[in-house]
Ligand binder design. Structure first.
Ligand code: SF4
Length: 65
């Protein structure tokens, strides 16, 4: 499993950071920074919440990777 983000399309809303702070952070301009692209199973729920709540839909998970 590999987490991906499109930083160019991120609007800096920050929901991902609030929902999954072990996986996502924001830079000085509020744009998402991926802290952990291969989070453990204990992060699965938080990750799914972040994917579903991201207003621009720029987080996706490749489960074949
Ligand atoms: S929730 Fe989506 S748009 Fe908001 S900071 Fe995270 S990746 Fe960017």
């Amino acid at each position: 499993m590999k987490v991906n983000v499109d930083r160019h399309a991120c609007c800096g809303a920050g929901q991902c950071v609030m929902l999954a702070p072990d996986i996502f952070d924001q830079d000085d301009e509020g744009i998402v920074v991926l802290l952990d692209d291969r989070p453990g199973e204990d992060q699965e729920h938080a990750l799914q919440e972040a994917v579903s709540m991201c207003p621009t839909g720029v987080i996706w998970v490749d489960r074949s990777a």
